[in-house]
Design a protein around this ligand. Sequence first.
Ligand SMILES: Cc1cc2nc3c(=O)[nH]c(=O)nc-3n(C[C@H](O)[C@H](O)[C@H](O)COP(=O)(O)OP(=O)(O)OC[C@H]3O[C@@H](n4cnc5c(N)ncnc54)[C@H](O)[C@@H]3O)c2cc1C
Length: 262
Amino acid sequence: MALEIIVMIKQVPDSQEVVIDPVTFTLNRGAARNVINPADENAIEAALRIKDKTDAHITVITMGPPFAESALIDCMSRGVDDAVLVTDRAFAGADTYPTGLTLASTIKKLGKYDIIFAGEESTDSSTGHVGPGVAEFLGTDQASYTSESWYEDGFVYAKRELEDGTEIVKMKPPTLITVLTNANDPRRATLRKKIDAMKKGIKTMTLADLGMPPEWVGLRGSPTVVKSMRTIDEKKREGKKFKIEEIPKLVDELIEKKIISI
Ligand SMILES: Cc1cc2nc3c(=O)[nH]c(=O)nc-3n(C[C@H](O)[C@H](O)[C@H](O)COP(=O)(O)OP(=O)(O)OC[C@H]3O[C@@H](n4cnc5c(N)ncnc54)[C@H](O)[C@@H]3O)c2cc1C
């Protein structure tokens, strides 16, 4: 039976184009160009590399507004088989808890799952909560900070990048893996696959499809409350200029104060 792989992706505003609504303190996503979260491109590539070697079926899922469909089509254009957009006004304003819960419910609804991939963290909210949260909700093993993963003889292996080295963990499916940015070199979409993806289309799921109580999702299901937000004025630092003959004395001072060492 084919290995069922799920990849969770998030559409994020491109780099520095993020705009925050000064009244509601939420992100105004409509104001910026949207792209696939960079680490999620690496997660897709990790899934595709397993599919290159094993009989596998990949489904990509995202919880987001209807325009997130373009990100899903992009994933299918790279070789992902199916895509699911989880979208409903009730999901708006979700913090990481209902986001993880909604994605876990979606995965359960889809049926069989062997490996779930997520990016290590998003570039807009950057909490890194969602992948591990989904694993907790589903009760699966998980491996975070991975730079490589593979499937062999019924086991999933993941190479984790730690502060003082690497470790390889061996897990029995189902399992969840979070992938580091730059873990691999993501393949590009092809025109042929893009045409196929547009013909196939994506599947949409709503709150009613998931059968979750409305108070568990979106803003209502979010324990975090942003009470206020302010812009911090960056003080301009005045640079100090030295004459060339003063440099040796300066270096001695910096060594003495343990600011630099040689
Ligand atoms: C109090 C609060 C209020 C918020 N209100 C809003 C709001 O009104 N509007 C808004 O847009 N955001 C809002 N957010 C941000 C929102 O909570 C996060 O965008 C979301 O929960 C994901 O968290 P993250 O970006 O930190 O993901 P991370 O945990 O950093 O993401 C890790 C990985 O999880 C996966 N992932 C994350 N999100 C999704 C997703 N939606 N679908 C599929 N996979 C995913 C991806 O693989 C990603 O690489 C709010 C956050 C807080 C704390």
